[in-house]
Structures are given as structure tokens and as C-alpha cells.
Design a protein. Structure first.
Length: 254
């Protein structure tokens, strides 16, 4: 493994604790997260604290902090002396994560409709503009960061902070499932996904039913476009599966 980052290449011997190490661990976390979400690091690429410390020119304690952040996001699993591995969700886990996302965000957006303000709506539309621009550049990682922030900002309007971290982890894991997969050119230029603007229009109109429909259409169309091996090709069938009672769902897949 030979990883290079631009930020803070201070030699290990001069590294100090406190804010400097925190900044370094955040830099390492962001770099590794980007490599995982874009498929550069996969489940067959074990990482060790020793090798990462050498690659990033920092201490193992700094690396340990970064790996803990990745673990909190569900992107890696640590296996003691074997090293740290990128997670490899099963079809069952992928379906359950999608159900969890839909349940959380559906509840959240019904509250967000009541609390949306012109200022917040403008912020969300600006985020969507940034997302569209990043997509035009085919920047997978920036798209993932903006999209996750977009959905989290809407959920925060619901005022359920105890669930914020749960949604963060769920979205991160779903991005791990969807983003590393190769996509055809038309998936960038003319993606068959229900876009954010329909969701924003429903929020602006304070129409909770339209907001829920736009959200679900967006989530299920994204899943079937970006992760067919987990979710199949039909967003309508996927929605029907996810909306059935848990004991009726066949977790082996579509």
C-alpha cells in the first residue's frame, strides 16, 4: 500500500498530541473514506496501523483514531492482528439498510415539511446545485459528501437528534454499497434517478404526501441504478419489497 495525501506531512518524530493529531487523523479519515467509497480500497485490501502510519507519515495512535471513525461509519471492520478490512455487506444487510433509511427519512421529512423555512430551503437548493456540478465533473466522492449532507440537513429539521448518528451510519453504509460499482456513461449524463428538485418542490409547497413520494422514488431509483447486484433493476419492485412486513421479506434478494 502506498498512500499519499497533501495535508500535514510532519515526520512522526515531531508529531504532537492534541489538536494537531486530531487534524491529522481527520485528514487520514477523509482520505481513506474517499478511497473506500470510490472503490480504490475493497474488502480484499487489508490495512494495518503500521503500514498506514508509514504511508501517512504519522503515529499509529493517529491512524487508530482515523480507523475508529471509519468503523463508526460502518466502512471497516477491525480484526485484531489480521488488520482492518473494508466491510462487505451481504444482500440481507443491504436490504435492511435500505429499509432503515426509508423508515428514518420518511418520518423525518414529514416533520421537515412542517418546519421548512425559506432560508433553509435556499440552503438545500444551493447544496443541490453543488451536487449537480460535482456530477457533471463525475466526481464520485464529492457527490457522495454533498448528497449525504443534503439528506441529513432535511432530517435535522425533524428535531430527532438521537437518530442523527444512526442515519449518518446508514447513509455511509449504503454509499459503500452503491458507489464503487462501475456505471455506464448515461448514468452520469442522464441518470434514471428521481432528482432532488422534486423533493425540494414538495418541501416548498409543504405537501407531505408529495415529499414522501419524491423521497422514496429518489431512494429506490438510486438503489436500482447504482447497485443492481443487491437491489435488482426495478425500483417499483424494490419499493414493494421494502414496504412489506419484515417477516414477509425474502432477505436472499430480489
Amino acid at each position: 500500500m502506498n498512500i499519499q495525501i497533501a495535508a500535514d506531512k510532519t515526520p512522526q518524530a515531531k508529531e504532537v498530541s492534541g489538536d494537531k493529531r486530531t487534524r491529522k487523523s481527520e485528514s487520514v479519515f477523509q482520505d481513506l473514506k474517499g478511497r473506500i467509497l470510490t472503490g480504490q480500497l475493497r474488502q480484499d485490501s487489508p490495512m494495518t496501523e503500521q503500514s498506514l502510519a508509514k504511508d501517512y507519515a504519522c503515529s499509529q495512535s493517529t491512524i487508530r483514531e482515523a480507523l475508529m471513525l471509519l468503523q463508526e461509519g460502518g466502512l471497516v471492520v477491525r480484526k485484531g492482528y489480521q488488520g482492518t478490512f473494508v466491510t462487505d455487506p451481504s444482500v440481507s444487510e443491504a436490504l435492511l439498510l435500505l429499509r432503515l433509511r426509508v423508515n428514518l427519512e420518511t418520518t423525518g421529512i414529514m416533520e421537515a415539511v412542517k418546519k421548512i423555512t425559506p432560508c433553509k430551503l435556499a440552503e438545500l437548493r444551493d447544496l443541490d446545485r453543488q451536487f449537480v456540478e460535482a456530477r457533471s465533473q463525475r466526481d464520485v466522492f464529492t457527490c457522495s459528501e454533498i448528497d449525504r449532507d443534503f439528506h441529513l440537513q432535511i432530517f435535522k429539521l425533524a428535531g430527532m437528534p438521537a437518530l442523527d448518528s444512526m442515519l449518518v451510519r446508514t447513509l455511509m453504509m449504503l454509499q459503500r454499497i452503491m458507489l464503487p460499482n462501475p456505471r455506464p456513461d448515461e448514468a452520469w449524463t442522464h441518470p434514471d434517478i428521481v432528482q432532488h428538485d422534486l423533493l425540494l418542490d414538495a418541501l416548498e409547497a409543504r405537501n407531505d404526501k408529495a415529499a414522501v413520494k419524491a423521497l422514496k422514488d429518489h431512494v429506490f431509483s438510486s438503489a436500482t441504478l447504482l447497485a443492481k447486484q443487491y437491489y435488482g433493476r426495478d425500483p417499483v419492485a424494490l419499493r414493494a419489497l421494502c414496504e412489506r412486513e419484515p417477516d414477509q421479506v425474502v432477505l436472499e434478494g430480489l
